[in-house]
Design a protein around this ligand. Structure first.
Ligand SMILES: [Zn+2]
Length: 139
């Protein structure tokens, strides 16, 4: 069965199910199809209105879903870091350097560093990671 959008000579648009394209041709030429509004039997296939395809909508949904998964991952990462690491605020670069030099027993720290500080740490071979800090979930 196929569904056609039909239009009568008075521009009434309606839908009709047909066994196949040939059945549609046969029934229209035999004037067996009547407009449900004005009963006109001069019916033809309507020009299909543009519809939003499944493709783009699905692509957007997929991107949104991936972003959501990434955000959840980052939120989880943030939670783990907050649980297991000491927050050192803007002293991050100095503290990371002390750990690197063996002057501190701290295992893990987190805090803020400027791009310049991060660049210096990288040059000195200090191990650290920069992660996007996502907002905590409310509640
Ligand atoms: Zn009609």
């Amino acid at each position: 069965m196929i569904l056609f959008d039909l239009k009568c000579r008075n521009d009434h648009v309606f839908e009709g199910w047909f066994r196949d394209g040939a059945a549609f041709d046969e029934q229209t030429s035999a004037r067996k199809i009547a407009c449900p509004i004005c009963s006109s039997r001069k019916v033809a296939k309507a020009v299909m209105a543009p519809r939003i395809g499944k493709g783009p909508a699905e692509a957007v949904g997929e991107a949104t879903r991936k972003t959501a998964v990434a955000m959840r991952g980052l939120a989880e990462l943030r939670r783990k870091i907050e649980e297991n690491c000491d927050y050192v605020g803007d002293r991050f670069a100095a503290e990371a350097r002390r750990i690197h030099e063996g002057e501190s027993d701290r295992q893990g720290i987190y805090g803020e560093a400027t791009d310049e500080e991060a660049g210096e740490l990288a040059e000195e071979g200090v191990e650290f990671a920069r992660i996007p800090w996502v907002p905590r979930h409310q509640g």
